[in-house]
Design a protein around this ligand. Structure first.
Ligand code: ANZ
Ligand code: ZN
Length: 818
C-alpha cells in the first residue's frame, strides 16, 4: 500500500522493540561500547516540548552509533526527589510518593510512545530505597574522607520555600526555584568540601575542550574563580593573633591606609572596642537585611562603622584603623581586606565617604586618584613603596613583595577560589535522609552501613507544611533513636540532602542498576564510562555539571573509577520557544506535546524538532511546520512503496547517477551526524528523497536496483529521527525487522567518482587533441594532461602557453606565445 496508519505503526513498533529488547545493549564485550546519556527528567507532570527536543537529539546519536555497530547503552530514569512533590502532597493531602510515581508513570508512557531507543531494563528512580541507600552510603564515605562536614554559619534562606539554598541556587539574590528574595540565616548545616577540588575542577577542563561547549567551560571557570595573590598578616594592638587578609595586589601594600572586615564575620564582633560596640551592632543588623548582590554592586553606596581598633601595616609600621564595611563579604578570602583607596575603586569610594587617607603608590597614567576620585589600576611605576620603587610592572612588584613578606613571616603567596563549599542540608521532607545520628555524648555518629537505608517515615498532607524546620523533626518516633556508638538516647539528623546529590552519581548507577554490593559495579563502570555523549539543557552549566564532576573525582580518589572526567562530549540543546518567547503559563503560549503528537504523529514532531536548526539553537514553534514534516515523511514512505525490485536485485545494473547520489549522501550524512549537524543531515536526506523520486518517475523506474538502494538508505537515515516511518519503509522493502538492527552503510569511493568526459584541446581555435578526463577535473590537471598529449605537443612545437581558457570538462583552449 502507498500509505500506512500512523498510530497503528507506533503501537506496533513499540511492542516489537520491547519484545525484541532491541535497545538493550549486549554488554558482553563483543562490540565496542558507547554510552549515550540524556539528563534524566524530573517528574513534574507529563513530558513537555523541552523534553521532546532534548530526547530527540540524544536519540539521533544513540541510534546512529547502534547502526554503526557499537553496543550502545542509552538508559533512562527519574530524578524523583524534590520540593514540588511535597507541595503537591500538602495540597492534595497525600504522600509525595503518590504524586511522584504517578507522574513517573505518565512520563514513562509518553517516553515509550515517543519512540526513543531506550534501555528500559536500567530504569532507576532516585527516590527508590535501593537507590537512596547508596546516596547515603556515598555521603558517609565522603564524610570519612573529610569531604562532608557540619558547620554553623550564615546560609542562604528562601523565605517562601522555607529551606536553605546552595550558593549555586541563588541567582542574582533570588531563589532559583521560586524567585523569592533570599535572606540569611545562621544554621548548623552539612557541607561537601568541593573547594578541596577547585584546582582539579579547573585544570581538568583541558580534557573537556573540544568536547564541551566553550561557553559552559567559561561559566564553570568563572564560577570556580581562581585568583592569584597573597595572604598578608596585620598585627593588632592588644591581640595575640594577627588579622590575615587576602589581596590580589600585595604590591600596593604601601598604599594600604585602613582595613575592613565583613560585619557578619565573627572577626568583626571579636575586634570591636567596648565604646564602638553599640554602633557596630546596630550597623550589623542593618547589613543583614541586604542581599549579597546589593552588597557587591559598584553603584550601591558603601557603608561602614569604625571598630575602635588599629592594626599595623607590616611594611611601613604605620597604624591603620580597622572598620567593618558592607562591601567586604564574610565568605570570600578571609573576610578581611587591606584597603588601598588609590588603586581600588571600592576602597576609594569608601575612603572619600569616611574621610580616610588616600596614598598613591603607583603612577599608572600620570593621574592622582586622591584628586580625580578615580582609582588607577594595572601596571605602573611604584611610588612611596620602599623596596618596590624603581619597578614598573605588576608582575615584578607582586613577586618582589611576596618574597619580602615570606622572608619576614608577614605573608605568603596564595591562590584563592571563589567557589564555596556545597551546602547540602535541606529542611524538606521529600529527599534523601542524612544518615547521621546526633548523640549528646558521642557527637555526630554515622548510621552503621548495614542499617542503610535510613528510610523516610510515612508522612503526608499538612504534616509536611513548611515551618522553617525540617518536617522530619516532628516525626518523633523516627527522630528518637539509640546512639549506635553508646546506646544512649540520641536523635536523627532531620534534614534531607539537596537533590543535586542524587543526580551527581546516577550515571554510574545505570552501568549496573541492580548492583547490591555498592553504588555501582566498578567493572561495569570501567566497561561503559566515560559517557560518550551527554545531552541536556544549558541551565545545568554550573550546578549539576560541576557537582557531578566533583563526585567523579572523589570516586576516583576512592579507587572506584579510573578517569578524571565522566562525560566526554556535552550537547546543550536550545529551548523550545513560541512566537519568540519562552513558553509559560502566564503568557499562555505553552504548546502541549501530547496534542501536537496526536495531530501530526511522533515522527513528524521529532523530525520538526531536529530539522529546525542547529541543536544548540532555540526552536521557535511558531516558525516551524510539523504539517510539512508529515508531508515529507509520506513522500519518503511512498518511495519505499514504489520499489518493485527484489531484495537481492543486482546493484551493478543500477542507475549510475542515482547510485552516485546515494553514496555521496552516505558519506556526507555520516560526517554530519557524527559532528552534531543533525539538521543539515536531514536536509541531505530530503534531497535524496527528491533524487530517488526523480529516478522512479524517470527512465530508471521503480524496478531499478539503485532505487531500492536509495530507498533503504533514506529509511536508515530517517530512522535516526522518525523511527516509525523508517521501520514501515524497511518492512515495505521486504527487509527483516528491526531497522534498528541493520547496519549503517559505508560509502563506496569508486561510486562517488563522477563520470568521465571528453575534453577537446584547441590551439588558436583549431582542435589539436581529444582526451578522456574525469568529469570533475580542475584546470591545473587539465592543462597538465593537455601538455602531455602528443598532438598538442606537436602543435605547440616548444612554444610557451601564455593564456588558458577553460570550459571544463568539455574544452580547454590554449594561446601560445611567440
Ligand atoms: C588590596 C587591593 C588593592 C585589592 C588593589 C585590589 C586592588 P578577586 O580578584 O575577586 O579575587 N577582597 C578580598 N577579600 C574580599 C572580601 N571578602 N570581600 C570583598 N572584597 C574582598 O578580588 C580580590 C580583591 O578583592 C582583593 O585584593 C581585595 O582587595 C578584595 F589595588 O586587596 B584587594
Ligand atoms: Zn552516643
Amino acid at each position: 500500500s502507498r500509505s500506512f496508519d500512523r498510530v497503528q505503526a507506533q503501537e506496533k513498533w513499540q511492542a516489537f522493540w520491547e519484545e525484541d529488547e532491541t535497545f538493550r545493549p549486549r554488554d558482553d564485550g563483543s562490540r565496542e561500547r558507547r554510552y549515550v546519556l540524556d539528563m534524566f527528567p524530573y517528574p513534574s507532570g507529563d513530558l513537555h516540548m523541552g523534553h521532546a527536543e532534548a530526547y530527540a537529539m540524544g536519540d539521533v546519536l544513540s541510534r546512529f552509533w547502534r547502526l554503526q555497530g557499537y553496543d550502545v547503552m542509552h538508559p533512562i530514569g527519574w530524578d524523583s526527589f524534590g520540593l514540588p512533590a511535597e507541595n503537591a502532597a500538602i495540597k492534595a493531602n497525600t504522600h509525595p510518593a503518590t504524586w511522584t510515581y504517578n507522574n513517573i508513570e505518565t512520563q514513562a508512557r509518553s517516553l515509550r510512545r515517543y519512540g526513543l531507543s531506550l534501555d528500559w531494563s536500567r530504569r532507576l528512580h532516585t527516590s527508590d530505597e535501593e537507590y537512596y541507600r547508596w546516596t547515603q552510603w556515598l555521603f558517609l564515605k565522603f564524610r570519612e574522607r573529610g569531604l562532608a562536614y557540619r558547620k554553623n554559619s550564615f546560609v542562604n534562606w528562601c523565605p517562601s520555600d522555607q529551606t536553605v539554598l546552595a550558593n549555586e541556587q541563588v541567582v542574582g539574590g533570588f531563589c532559583e526555584r521560586c524567585g523569592a528574595e533570599v535572606t540569611k540565616r545562621k544554621l548548623n548545616q552539612w557541607y561537601f568540601k568541593i573547594t578541596d577540588y577547585a584546582e582539579q575542577l579547573l585544570d581538568d577542563m583541558s580534557q573537556l575542550e573540544g568536547g564541551w561547549p566553550d561557553h559552559v567551560l567559561a561559566m564553570q571557570r568563572n564560577w570556580i574563580g581562581r585568583s592569584e595573590g597573597a595572604h598578608v598578616k596585620f598585627t593588632v594592638d592588644g591581640r595575640d593573633e594577627p588579622i590575615t587578609v587576602f589581596t590580589t595586589r600585595p604590591d600596593t601594600l604601601f598604599g594600604a591606609t585602613y582595613m575592613a572586615v565583613a560585619p557578619d564575620a565573627a572577626l568583626a564582633s571579636e575586634l570591636v572596642s567596648d565604646d564602638q560596640r553599640p554602633a557596630f551592632e546596630a550597623y550589623a543588623d542593618k547589613v543583614k537585611k541586604q542581599t549579597e548582590i546589593q552588597r557587591q554592586s559598584t553603584d550601591h553606596p558603601k557603608t561602614g562603622v569604625f571598630l575602635g581598633v588599629y592594626a599595623t601595616n607590616p611594611v611601613n609600621g604605620k597604624q591603620v584603623p580597622i572598620w567593618a564595611a558592607d562591601y567586604v563579604l564574610a565568605d570570600y578570602g578571609t573576610g578581611a581586606i587591606m584597603a588601598v583607596p588609590a588603586h581600588d575603586q571600592r576602597d576609594l569610594d569608601f575612603a572619600r565617604t569616611y574621610d580616610l587617607p588616600v596614598v598613591t603608590v603607583l603612577d599608572v597614567d600620570g593621574t592622582d586618584p586622591a584628586e580625580t576620585g578615580i582609582a588607577t589600576v594595572g601596571d605602573g611605576a611604584y611610588l612611596n613603596s620602599g623596596l618596590l620603587n624603581g619597578l614598573t610592572d605588576k608582575a615584578s612588584g607582586v613577586s618582589r613583595i611576596i618574597q619580602e613578606l615570606e622572608a619576614d613571616g608577614a605573608g605568603t603567596g596564595t591562590i584563592q577560589y571563589r567557589l564555596r563549599d556545597w551546602l547540602l542540608s535541606r529542611q524538606r521532607f521529600w529527599g534523601c535522609p542524612i544518615p547521621i545520628i546526633h548523640c549528646g555524648k558521642c557527637g555526630d555518629v554515622p548510621v552503621p552501613e548495614e542499617q542503610l537505608p535510613v528510610r523516610l517515615p510515612d508522612m503526608r498532607g499538612a504534616a509536611l507544611s513548611p515551618k522553617g524546620t525540617s518536617p522530619l523533626a516532628s516525626a518523633t518516633d523516627w527522630v528518637n533513636v539509640a546512639c549506635p556508638a553508646c546506646g544512649g538516647r540520641a536523635t536523627r539528623d532531620t534534614d534531607t540532602m539537596d537533590t543535586f546529590v542524587d543526580s551527581s552519581w546516577y550515571f554510574f548507577r545505570y552501568c549496573s542498576p541492580h548492583y547490591t554490593e555498592g553504588p555501582f559495579d566498578p567493572q561495569a563502570v570501567a566497561d561503559w564510562m566515560p559517557v560518550a555523549q551527554y545531552v541536556g539543557g544549558v541551565e545545568h552549566a554550573i550546578l549539576h555539571l560541576l557537582y557531578m564532576r566533583f563526585f567523579t573525582k572523589v570516586l576516583r580518589d576512592m579507587g572506584l573509577v579510573s578517569f578524571d572526567e565522566p562525560m566526554q562530549r556535552l550537547l546543550n540543546q536550545g529551548q523550545v520557544i513560541n512566537a519568540g518567547k519562552a513558553m509559560s503559563k502566564s503568557l499562555g503560549n505553552g504548546v502541549d506535546l501530547g496534542k501536537v503528537i496526536d495531530e501530526f504523529g511522533v515522527d513528524a514532531v521529532r523530525l520538526t524538532m531536529v530539522f529546525a536548526g542547529p541543536p544548540e539553537d532555540d526552536i521557535d514553534w511558531a516558525e516551524v511546520s510539523p504539517a510539512s514534516s508529515l508531508k515529507f515523511l509520506q513522500r519518503a514512505y511512498r518511495i519505499a512503496a514504489d520499489v518493485t525490485s527484489g531484495v537481492d536485485a543486482d546493484l551493478r545494473n543500477g542507475d549510475q547517477t542515482l547510485r552516485r547520489q546515494t553514496h555521496k549522501a552516505i558519506a556526507e550524512i555520516t560526517t554530519l551526524v557524527e559532528s552534531g549537524r543533525f539538521n543539515v543531515a536531514i536536509a541531505r536526506t530530503m534531497e535524496m528523497v527528491n533524487a530517488t523520486r526523480k529516478a522512479i518517475d524517470g527512465s530508471a523506474g521503480g524496478a531499478d536496483p539503485a532505487v531500492r538502494e536509495a530507498a533503504a538508505f533514506v529509511a536508515q537515515s530517517l530512522s535516526l529521527v522518525a523511527p516509525y516511518v523508517a521501520e514501515e519503509m524497511w518492512e515495505t522493502l521486504g527487509l527483516p525487522p528491526s531497522i534498528a538492527n541493520s547496519t549503517w552503510p559505508t560509502a563506496d569511493p569508486a561510486l562517488m567518482v563522477e563520470d568521465s568526459a571528453t575534453m577537446v584541446v584547441q590551439i588558436q581555435g583549431k582542435i589539436r587533441g581529444k582526451i578522456e578526463v574525469p568529469a570533475d577535473i580542475d584546470e591545473d590537471t587539465a592543462l597538465e594532461l593537455a601538455l602531455a598529449d602528443p598532438g598538442v605537443k606537436r602543435s605547440l612545437d616548444g612554444r610557451e602557453v601564455v593564456k588558458v581558457i577553460a570550459r571544463l570538462p568539455k574544452m580547454l583552449s590554449l594561446v601560445p606565445g611567440k
